[in-house]
Design a protein around this ligand. Structure first.
Ligand code: PLP
Length: 376
């Protein structure tokens, strides 16, 4: 091992802040100066700007990405006990939201190459109680999404795209709002568009649904004290909206930066025995929320990279059906073999738009060294 070990963080939010510090600081000062802290003009402006960016008619800012999913399903007025199909390979907020909205999550397996649910894996999961389909462009990959949307439309079932990891994804050049009717977004700090705290949004082309979610997020009211029904408090605050507004104009460049890092990884890592790199699907523009490779002995490789100063992650170590929280579903190892094999072997490498070619090569050389050392 070299004597001078460089460190590459998994993600560097500080570098991003320093690159746009004057814009962020001005946005924060503006909100504090205006003393309008909850909803209000700053939130309305962000909603318009993010709608224009994502191609949806309406965006409704909410407290976080989990609430965005819950409030969509609440506003849809689904009968209690409804079923919603989600991929077994996702962050558990996707399925937790179904339960919070009074439904029951059902799961489907995912594709071994794209890690996403497909029309085929969805087909096996339908039941007479299925009312919602929840595709997740996992890691920022919208592969198979058009097929899932078509399959759900044919059945007359609503689709909600959990786009927490896929801000700015395009399919055949079309933005999500030009493809889907409803989506949820998270602006958790580490997401591709991240606030400085929790934040989320509902995006839809359905006027009535948007109006209903607006009421749901704010105690069931439109005006001041005209509460039409019991909603919740899930409002977006103006500081977060102002920070998101300062960042949004950079998002297209940041996505391009992530794709550049992915390209550099692919060049530097191809041809290593025992290493599988992420694949892109024709027409599906991947925005690389995370860069996920597959290796046998993932934990051993992870530890060896850590020793070389390379921080990694695992998204996620267990598929949803094997989490203790979902024991009640009565599923077991073997229920979704592809999702299980993925979770056993995935490793997320450092990925952020500010990564330099030198950072990428350092990570790639470290990984090559670890894997070739093992093969020898
Ligand atoms: C981050 C994430 C969420 C939840 O978003 P929060 O803002 O943290 O509530 C939901 N689904 C997926 C796929 C996510 O990655």
């Amino acid at each position: 091992m070299p004597a001078t070990t460089k460190k590459v963080p998994f993600l560097d939010l500080k570098a991003q802040y320093l690159a746009i510090r004057p814009e962020i600081d001005a946005a924060v000062a503006r909100v504090i100066g205006n003393t309008s802290f909850i909803l209000g003009p700053e939130v309305e402006a962000f909603e318009r700007e993010f709608a224009a960016y994502s191609g949806f008619r309406h965006v409704v800012g909410v407290a976080n990405g989990t609430d965005a999913l819950v409030l969509i399903m609440r506003a849809m007025g689904l009968a209690p006990g409804f079923e919603a199909v989600a991929p077994a390979h996702t962050f558990m907020a996707t399925t937790e939201a179904v339960t919070q909205a009074g439904g029951r999550p059902t799961l489907c397996d995912v594709d071994a190459t794209t890690f996403c649910m497909t029309a085929e894996t969805l087909e096996r999961a339908w039941t007479p109680a299925t009312r919602v389909v929840l595709p997740v462009p996992i890691y920022g990959n919208p592969a198979g999404l058009d097929g899932v949307l078509d399959a759900a439309r044919r059945r007359g079932v609503a689709t909600i795209v959990d786009c927490a990891q896929g801000h700015g994804v395009r399919v055949n050049g079309r933005r999500l709002g030009e493809l889907a009717d409803v989506a949820s977004y998270s602006f958790f700090p580490g997401k591709n568009l991240g606030a400085y705290g929790d934040a989320g949004a509902v995006a839809t082309n359905d006027d009535a649904l948007a109006a209903k979610v607006r009421m749901w997020r704010n105690h069931g009211r439109e005006g001041k004290f005209d509460h039409q029904f019991e909603g919740v408090n899930s409002r977006l605050d103006a500081l977060q909206a102002a920070i998101l507004r300062a960042k949004l104009p950079h998002l297209t460049d940041w996505s391009a930066g992530r794709r550049r890092v992915a390209r550099l990884y692919r060049e530097a890592l191809s041809g290593i025995p025992g290493l599988r790199l992420p694949e892109e699907t024709e027409g599906a523009e991947h925005v690389y929320h995370v860069y996920v490779v597959r290796v046998a002995d993932r934990e051993g490789v992870r530890a060896a990279l850590e020793e070389r100063g390379v921080a990694t992650g695992v998204h996620y170590p267990l598929p949803v059906h094997l989490l203790p929280a979902y024991a009640y579903l009565g599923l077991r190892r073997g229920s979704f073999p592809t999702a299980e094999a993925i979770c056993d072997t995935i490793l997320s490498l450092p990925m952020f738009p500010e990564m330099t070619a030198e950072d990428v090569h350092y990570v790639a050389d470290a990984l090559r060294g670890v894997l070739e050392g093992r093969a020898a």
